[in-house]
Ligand binder design. Structure first.
Ligand code: AMP
Length: 217
């Protein structure tokens, strides 16, 4: 059972890599961006509040994002009492072969405050973050990818102007979160400037090592 958090600026390929890793390692993939887009599509009260903020490329309020994350973490478990102080994904305890081997959280935390909230949620579930992966892509390459993505993406927040704003926010608000994890020794920075498969190979090697070391403990 391993818990991963993945980071990357818009254009770094964070969502794509999270999806590939979830498939390869049988991880539960929780993307706060996807959870929010689902709420928007279903026009729920949370979705209606989030829509304009997301379209501008700003950060949605913690009340909404944390509620969605908390719900996703609990919904995927079949624990009779989600507040019980046990690991809700423990395969051995609950004997469910379909329980994921771990989870990968993509899009959260985006601020130091959110990082502290995640720690609090995980503590309640008696879990801990095993590895924080930051996909690093040089600014020029991000800009090149943004041009490409803006031309083909159907997302309202994928216009060039909005993506630039999202990169600025990433630099201002999310980079300090990486420092937070760097200090606690959990951060691994991966070169994401190449092809998807290349980056994926690098992340897989790191995670295999993390799992190996964890299994030996
Ligand atoms: P993403 O798919 O991760 O790029 O997220 C798309 C958008 O969803 C972001 O630009 C934010 O508006 C919103 N969002 C996703 N995750 C968070 C979060 N942890 N905190 C605040 N807003 C978020």
């Amino acid at each position: 059972m391993i818990n991963i958090v993945i980071f990357g600026a818009p254009g770094a390929g964070k969502g794509t890599q999270a999806q590939l890793l979830a498939e390869k390692f049988d991880f539960l993939h929780i993307s706060t961006g996807d959870l929010l887009r689902q709420e928007v599509a279903m026009q729920t009260p949370m979705g209606l509040r989030a829509k304009a903020i997301m379209n501008r490329g700003d950060l949605v309020g913690d009340d909404i994002v944390v509620a969605l994350l908390d719900r996703a973490l609990r919904q995927r478990s079949t624990l009779p009492n989600p507040d019980a102080a046990v690991d809700p994904w423990d395969r051995e305890l609950y004997g469910d072969p379909h329980r994921p081997e771990g989870c990968i959280i993509d899009g959260f935390p985006r601020t130091v405050q959110q990082a502290q909230t995640l720690e609090f949620i995980f503590n309640k579930l008696q879990r801990k973050i095993d590895c924080v992966v930051a996909i690093d892509v040089p600014h020029d390459e991000l800009v090149r990818r943004i041009h490409e993505r803006a031309a083909i993406s159907g997302r309202a927040d994928d216009t060039e102007e909005v993506i630039r704003h999202r990169i600025e926010l990433y630099d201002q608000q999310t980079q300090p979160v990486l420092d937070y994890y760097r200090v606690s020794g959990m951060l691994v920075t991966i070169d994401g400037s190449g092809e998807i498969a290349e980056t994926n190979g690098r992340i897989c090697k790191t995670l295999e090592l993390v799992m190996h070391l964890k299994a030996k403990r």
